[in-house]
Design a protein. Sequence first.
Length: 103
Amino acid sequence: MASHKIRVVLFEREPGLWIGQCLEYDIGAQAASLRELLYNVRRSFAGYAAICAERGMEIFSDLPETPREYHELWQKAAAQVTPLEPISFAAEHPLLVPEMRAA
């Protein structure tokens, strides 16, 4: 199975509201804690991949570009976050290898 690297910037927008935003594709998640956010990021990608498979779509083909502000947050990020294992889906989709940084 092919692998595909993605970057996800994690940040707390306000107390109790964590955001995870992928830089390569405009897909993300939110949660009340960083621990929950790591789970929700995986869930967002898995759910999106399932929808693509159901519709016979190429994964990521319909997602717009990520807004520039998230790339800037990535550059300023203070800490590397050890991700969970790679995110895998059905055989026809790539194995996603996330690199995460907390800003």
